[in-house]
Design a protein around this ligand. Structure first.
Ligand SMILES: [Zn+2]
Ligand SMILES: [Zn+2]
Length: 423
């Protein structure tokens, strides 16, 4: 009988591994510009590490870990995530004594015994990063900016959801208020949420059940309960990102399960590929290092799901494969006639050409070209047309180049001239 891979464990074959190479190299490149160094961690740790870091009563620790007894009777676990190991190493090697701030990233497999489903595996991969030693708004914004740069470099259109989870001063008051609110809606909440009301009322806000979402629609929000320092911190994070034109949305439902999570919490969503897809999650965890037996040092980090990211990039590639070869943007009626002829000529030779009306503004036409993900736009203006010229805009580099439009040239030569900036 033939032996197959274990359920939920898969091979990444050469047709896919190239893409993995691209995205892990991009992570290394993007992260290094922000001063991060790689930390390479063991796959196997003592079970108690995760019980302490993630929490004994979490689904991960209770139901999903690959835990076994070693030959010397010690309990070992295949790591279900990366942060716990980073913190363990940070404390074990006293990195805080060697440098005031540590910026570390890791890339590698994690293991959770979840129900296998499309795009979810029991051995999955994460690209994660942690910053230890700073708790100011600037560093939180920097981390988010780095993520934005990384996804932009991969040409994945993303939006970042952010929230502030407050601190030990302001959150307890909110938690009690939310518990009271939840109890008033008790009958409408699911069984899971009934338990959450006792253990961690914040989690009723991110329940996926329709009934719970509906019942919590007018729940009090944490933003109204933040203390002044937390409010200022969150405000500054948002301002810094707005100034850098990073797309962020404040999402009051973005909460986390454990007490040590505080202030900035975030999720990166991939846009433009059907339903919104979370591709990365993270946040600040100022109490964790201390809880793990280290000094009181603040931290913030994230983890990117590599399988999910690879899937999105492949979907995007497919979408781009269907994009037109070129978009023609005529300006005015004279140019329109010329563009009509050029489009006809190119289409006859099999090129996919999108032709716009010359009556729409250049800005509107460019917006549409961007949406269609075309590589080139040929801009034909009245003045240029009389001079037998056009402008080619490379949509990837956003650069313009003047081009002689020779209507007597063959379609192939015309396309070659348009694509010439590639060589
Ligand atoms: Zn606070
Ligand atoms: Zn629920």
């Amino acid at each position: 009988m033939k032996i197959t891979a274990i359920r939920g464990f898969r091979d990444i074959l050469p047709d896919e591994s190239g893409l993995w190479q691209v995205l892990t190299s991009q992570a290394r490149a993007s992260f290094s510009t922000y001063g991060f160094s790689e930390i390479i961690l063991p796959l196997l740790e003592k079970t108690e590490l995760f019980a302490r870091a993630i929490g004994e009563t979490t689904d991960i620790v209770e139901k999903e870990m690959y835990t076994f007894t070693d030959r010397d009777d010690s309990s070992l676990t295949l790591r279900p995530e990366g942060t716990a190991s980073v913190i363990r190493a940070y404390i074990e090697h006293s990195l805080h004594q060697k440098e005031p701030v540590s910026k570390l990233f890791y890339i590698g497999p994690m293991f959770r015994r979840e129900r296998p489903q499309k795009g979810r595996y029991r051995q999955f991969h994460q690209i994660g990063a942690e910053i230890l030693g700073r708790d100011d708004a600037l560093i939180d914004a920097e981390l988010l900016l780095m993520l934005n740069d990384f996804f932009t470099a991969l040409r994945l259109d993303v939006s970042i959801d952010v929230n502030s989870l407050g601190c030990a001063t302001c959150r307890p008051r909110y938690r009690e208020r939310l518990r009271t609110f939840g109890e008033s809606k008790f009958a409408a909440l699911c069984e899971n949420c009934h338990g959450r009301l006792q253990r961690n009322p914040l989690r009723i806000l991110d329940c996926k059940e329709e009934g719970c979402r509906h019942a919590t629609i007018d729940a009090p929000i944490l933003a109204d309960f933040l203390c002044d320092p937390c409010r200022q911190h969150f405000g500054q994070v948002q301002t810094l990102l707005h100034n850098e034109r990073v797309k962020i949305t404040v999402n009051p439902r973005l909460v986390r399960g454990l007490d040590y999570y505080c202030r900035t919490s975030f999720e990166v969503l991939a846009l433009g590929l059907g339903s919104q897809n979370a591709v990365c999650g993270g946040g600040r965890y100022d109490g964790l290092v201390e809880q793990m037996g280290g000094p009181a040092i603040p931290g913030i980090g994230f983890a990117i799901g590599v399988e999910r990211l690879a899937m999105l990039l492949q979907a995007q590639e497919r979408q781009n494969a269907e994009a037109p070869d070129m978009f023609i943007a005529p300006m005015g009626e004279v140019a329109e006639n010329q563009a009509f002829a050029v489009a006809r000529r190119l289409r006859q030779d099999g090129y996919r050409i999108e032709l716009e009306s010359g009556r729409r503004s250049l800005k509107a036409q460019m917006r549409r070209a961007d949406k269609l993900a075309v590589p080139y736009v040929l801009i034909l203006g009245e003045n240029e047309i009389t001079a037998g010229k056009g402008t080619v805009r490379d949509m990837q580099t956003k650069t313009d180049r003047s081009l002689a439009v020779d209507l007597s040239a063959s379609a192939q030569d015309m396309m070659k001239a348009i694509r010439a900036s590639d060589v």
